[in-house]
Design a protein around this ligand. Structure first.
Ligand code: AMP
Ligand code: ZN
Length: 436
């Protein structure tokens, strides 16, 4: 496999040896430098030199999002500020942002894993990378930027928004690669259609979509409407940003950059490790980061390790598409619902666009779910009767698939707010403060 770096196709034994050696170093690093880890490791009665095999990972303490908040802004840093050369932040939904830091070496690592991400889609020096992930505190923009530079591609630092300008760049600069959230890519696809620009007249070939949950149906829509191969990418600020894992062209799960990030799947309630194939919470340990290493970080993202080897030749394990976060689950009249399940249903109904908003209310003692979804242009033109018929069809499908009665409103095209970054799909008006 000439396109793969040596580590991506290393024998499992060699990789595990490297992981253990790096894990020991990472534990020693935080033991010495981060009070929170020193205390927790002491409480757990484990030291770096006690780690004899990767199974000993389970003896290490977990890290959670609240640990970032409790030590805000710099309490988890393992190096002095003069070694830090970059800060990013993730806003989250409540309170203070999560602040993350990088040394020069960390940025090297990040560029390397992002280069590997892009190379998984065949990106190289001849490519023109249209990067519509947000530049700024969000890790998406600069993460892809550095990766694209590393592979020698020409990167266009578009960031999100200014859709007109995006269309001009896509058309005139002959972009071959699109990087954005899937919801924004869909928005761009619509804007192209409206401007009368056919995707076959563009040079786009591959897209790297992530930072929010999306479905196979959405992949099909993006692939056909943009005439590209759509690859799923995953990462999170607390661990590094994008670059943790990426699909190869087989598109059957995302390979984890296991030489830098050690994945586990645990039962979110008991926190016991789960075997390959079982769905649970993804837990990640950084093996090489210096400024902000994390031990067993609970991502809240639900997925499973794919047990089968991949046909692409990579030996790195894959995680399955992340359909939900443990904290995204809505409980409506006792039924557990994830926004992605609703998206899945919507993708199967011809006549609606996958732009949608879920509004949850409490009326008396009863929770209600309203699903607002946009009609395709043709349906909207056919009049209110057609819109109502479509709403009834969606309502029926949601009831059949999820077992929940929902109020469905089919709204005219372009009425649901577009996001340039991560889409906001849920308004939970039951909670204090209104939205989530
Ligand atoms: P942030 O740190 O702000 O970039 O947010 C990271 C979070 O975005 C992750 O923990 C996931 O919940 C979500 N996320 C990132 N990539 C994906 C993806 N490909 N599919 C589903 N969710 C994703
Ligand atoms: Zn593969």
């Amino acid at each position: 496999m000439k396109d793969l770096t040596a580590i991506e196709q290393a024998p499992r034994d060699a990789l595990r040896g490297l992981q253990l050696e790096r894990l020991r170093r990472a534990v020693a690093w935080v033991e010495e430098r981060v009070p929170l880890y020193r205390d927790r490791l002491r409480q757990a009665g484990v030291r770096a030199e006690d780690l004899r095999s990767l199974d000993d990972l389970r003896r290490l303490p977990f890290t959670v999002k609240a640990d970032f908040r409790d030590t805000y802004p710099f309490g988890l840093l393992a190096v002095p500020m003069d070694e830090v050369i970059r800060l990013h932040a993730s806003s989250g939904t409540t309170g203070k942002p999560i602040v993350v830091a990088y040394t020069r070496g960390d940025l090297e690592t990040w560029s390397e894993v992002m280069a590997r991400t892009l190379m998984a889609g065949g990106v190289g020096p001849d490519d023109v990378v249209h990067n519509a992930y947000g530049y700024g505190l969000f890790t998406g923009g600069l993460g892809f930027h550095y990766g694209a530079e590393r592979v020698g591609a020409a990167v266009i630092p578009m960031s999100g928004g200014f859709t007109e300008r995006q269309l001009t760049a896509l058309t005139d600069f002959r972009s071959t690669v699109l990087c954005s959230t899937p919801s924004y890519a869909l928005h761009l696809a619509e804007a192209l259609e409206e401007a009368g620009i056919a995707s076959k007249d563009l040079a786009l070939r591959v897209g790297f979509f992530g930072a929010e949950p999306w479905t196979e149906g959405m992949r099909d829509a993006l692939e056909s409407r943009l005439n590209i191969m759509a690859l799923n990418i995953y990462g999170l600020s607390e661990v590094i940003g994008p670059g943790v894992s990426v699909e190869c062209p087989e598109r059957k799960g995302m390979h984890v950059a296991e030489d830098h990030f050690l994945p586990e799947i645990v039962d979110p309630t008991t926190l016991e490790p789960l075997p390959p194939g079982a769905t649970g919470e993804l837990v990640l340990t950084t093996l090489t980061k210096k400024a902000l290493p994390v031990l067993r970080y609970r991502t809240r993202d639900l997925t499973a390790i794919e047990p089968e080897p991949c046909a692409c030749g990579r030996t790195l394990v894959r995680i399955r598409r992340i359909m939900a976060r443990t904290d995204d689950m809505l409980i409506i009249r006792g039924v557990n619902v994830y926004p992605s399940q609703i998206e899945h249903v919507l993708m199967q109904v011809a006549g609606v666009e996958p732009h949608y908003l879920l509004v949850v209310r409490r009326e008396g003692a009863l929770d209600t779910l309203e699903v607002q979804v946009e009609a395709r242009a043709g349906v909207a033109e056919a009049g209110p009767e057609a819109m109502r018929g479509l709403a009834a069809q969606v309502r029926r499908r949601i009831h059949e698939v999820i077992g929940l009665g929902a109020d469905v409103t089919v709204v005219p095209p372009k009425t649901i707010e577009r996001s340039q970054g991560k889409a906001k799909r849920v308004q939970d008006l039951r909670r204090q403060g209104g939205t989530s």
